[in-house]
Ligand binder design. Structure first.
Ligand code: UGA
Ligand code: MN
Length: 329
């Protein structure tokens, strides 16, 4: 009996020691570094393959979405507004053209035709056009000597910008087709234009008209409208002219101009009759399309820039101290 007890005790002691050893070995292994690279490589391969599969699926989804997405409505194509501007060299020219160009930059679908009254194109105008980022055509033609204003002449003595506007009309006839949609507006370089004016003229069918501010010795001149039709004109100066309107007060559809290949401004037109010389051959008064709230809204002003005085400049020039002419003004 005692012998058996001893044996059992031994077994327990043995078991105890073996367990302790096992436990110690396990504890030692815990903090040991192990060679896991193989294991990690397998893991990262697995992750990479999964990523690839996911991005493939995402691409698939995108493709399907593109097929399902309803087509964006096509942007309406606006008729191009061709703005024709005669211009000539003088102290305020750059200021005028900077102001006008920066207005036109805000108008979509616009083509600026600038015609210099000069024997050759100037770099001032060429550079300004290039810098503007506008769609443009740069032309030049000199007003014949007999029709040109001389220094000191009152500016109303002879019509201005006539051959320049006619050259622009010729350019349109040579470079555009009857099927091209557009509207033509004669914008002198010194007037002031509201952006809304361009919206009003955009869809001109034949000839559209509106008031002009600060013109004809009045606050404004305007076509008179009854039941949506032009019936006459509010003007005090030569009211019997066929179209008693300023150049800034109308726009003509490109098609109408192309369909009438001989319509042009008359160089010999009597004072105030320049606008009529073109319009007479194109429309009747009943056909005019009144814009700008039935011609009750002024959106263009016949502003005129004062000639700057150069008294000091001239005095300095006499002393050989004139300003640096390489600085453009
Ligand atoms: C008014 C009208 O608003 C003009 O559209 C019209 O051409 C002119 O009368 C006229 O009856 O001939 P007004 O302010 O008196 O205009 O004329 P300007 O502004 O001096 O000239 C009209 C345009 O012609 C301007 O763009 C100007 O730069 C240009 N111009 C003027 C020339 O190209 N050459 C010149 O010798 C003078
Ligand atoms: Mn003017």
């Amino acid at each position: 009996m005692l012998k058996m007890k001893m044996k059992l005790k031994n077994v327990f002691v043995m078991y105890f020691f073996v367990s302790i050893l096992g436990l110690m070995y396990a504890l030692m292994q815990l903090g040991q570094p192990c060679d896991c690279t193989q294991h990690m490589k397998q893991n990262s391969d697995f992750v990479r393959n999964q990523d690839r599969a996911i991005s493939k699926l995402q691409n698939e989804v995108k493709k399907l979405q593109a097929q399902v997405k309803p087509e964006e409505p096509p942007k309406p194509i606006l008729p191009i507004i061709y703005v024709i501007t005669p211009t000539f060299t003088r102290l305020v020219q750059k200021a005028e053209l900077v102001r006008l160009s920066q207005t036109l930059m805000h108008v979509p679908s616009l083509h600026w035709i600038v015609v210099e009254d000069a024997a050759t194109k100037t770099s001032l105008v060429a550079e300004l056009l290039k810098q503007s980022g506008l769609q443009y055509t740069h032309l030049n033609v000199e007003t014949p000597k007999d029709f040109k204003l001389k220094e000191g002449d009152p500016n109303w003595l002879k019509p201005r910008g006539v051959e320049q506007r006619n050259l622009a009309l010729q350019w349109l006839r040579d470079n555009r087709e009857l099927s091209d949609e557009g509207v033509v507006y004669f914008a002198d370089d010194d007037n002031t234009y509201s952006l809304q004016l361009f919206q009003e003229m955009r869809f001109t069918k034949r000839v559209s008209v509106w008031p002009v501010g600060l013109v004809g010795g009045m606050r404004f001149e305007r076509p008179l409208v009854e039941n949506g039709k032009v019936t006459g004109f509010y003007t005090a100066w030569k009211p019997n002219r066929p179209f008693p309107m300023d150049m800034a007060g109308f726009a003509i559809s490109l098609q109408l101009l192309l369909a009438n290949p001989t319509a042009h401004f008359h160089l010999e037109a009597e004072r105030g009759y320049l606008e009529s010389s073109l319009l007479e051959t194109l429309v009747s008064i009943e056909e005019l399309e009144p814009k700008a709230d039935q011609c009750r809204k002024v959106l263009v002003w016949h502003t005129r820039t004062e000639k700057p005085k150069m008294k000091q400049e001239e005095a300095l020039q006499k002393q050989g101290l004139g300003s640096d002419i390489t600085i453009e003004v």
